[in-house]
Design a protein around this ligand. Sequence first.
Ligand SMILES: [Ca+2]
Length: 493
Amino acid sequence: MEKTLTLSLVMLFLTLHLGLPEVRGRTEDPHADVNVKKRPPHASEAKSGRCSYTFIVPQQKLKGALCVSTAQETATANRSEVASLRVELARQQEHLETLRAQLEREGSQAMEVRALRTESNSLNTRITQLYAQLLHEVIDKKDQVLEQKRVESLLLNATTQALQVSSNFRELEKKYGALTSMITSQNQFIARLEKQCQCRNTTLASPVTPEPERLRSQEHHNISSEASATSNDVQRDQSGPPSQEDKLIGKATVPTITTASTPTDHPFISFPITKTPGPWRDCQHAMDSGETISGIYLLRPQGANRLLQAWCDQTRAQGGWTVIQRRQDGSVNFFRTWEQYKQGFGNLDGEYWLGLEHLYWLTKQIHYKLRVALEDWQGRQVYAEYDSFYIEPESDWYRLRLGEYQGNAGDSLSWHNNKAFTTLDRDKDGFSGNCAHFQKGGWWYHMCAHSNLNGVWYRGGHYRSRYQDGVYWAEFHGGSYSLKRVAMMIKPA
Ligand SMILES: [Ca+2]
């Protein structure tokens, strides 16, 4: 548009300067609607032969009509006007350019604003989401705090209980310590009395010789009776009155002592005292040598530099059985220390334990089998036999090695196979505590026992006790039935 306008002005200028007689009022641009009107000439103009034109141009942005005077002054004025117009045009163009640049700037700014607005919207959405999330988390946290408080309270309760249990445990431990020390002092007292008894017997009897004549019976001194009674009180079943049988008890010695005991007439095993040569390797050896009467025999296991005495059962199951343990009346306390289980204790003609060390040397000689004879309170007798039996040395805690079972009592010992021996003062069992404390006797405890022939001898069979501590064989009447008579014996297989 501006170009067209410029062109028109230039043409006008040229026309004026070149003195063209006429300018046709049409331009190339149809939009440039320029009307040129011919004015009738003046009389003076007609005289001088000159003509004048008035151009009327459409109103442009530039205000005012463009008048062209044919006069020289007018032409000069027009030129200056054109010049000013040009300046104005340039200014307008410049302004236009500025505006355009501004527009462009503003356009980009508008774009930026739009982008920012979009971003702001998305940020708002995100903030809303985050706020919702925060709210949720706050609620969760409140729940967690409540849960934590609950757990803390539980923990506090548990801690209080644990403290209480711990305090109870300490008290029990103290009581246990006191009881243990009492038992130890009692055992020491018993040992002292036994020693006094030995001295007394030695002075009363003729000098001891290693000959079999030592096996003759001797009357026991009051001290011996007293010692026995003391030891028996610890474990004797108090559930019933003492029988006549019990009153006869209390006149025996530990098996390794060279003095023999007065036999008592007993229905389970007859007690004749033998006067035999010896010592024998074991009861089978004595049997083979013609000693067919059951009684106390002097033995010396091969390879062992020690003499010992044992009860030989020469009648049961073809005879030749060396009795290593016997219970029959509760006259002997079996709740003993390691050393006592090692050396043996009790009365050879009554209840006794041969001693682990003797057992080790005996079973080391040749291949032995074990027979366990059991009798209940109704007089029913059963047995369990193991075709192989020996124990390891003390360095391996007299570990039990047992063969195959056969018999009619049921197998309640195989579970204890390969287990170390445990006593009150030496815990070698697989249980976290000491089985001997609960079962009140030494045994090859597992965790703890299917059989415990060294437990407490309870009268009458079924017994009431806090622990399963009777003389029991689980396969025969269960663990809460204390058997009347039991005996363990060995013989070469
Ligand atoms: Ca243990």
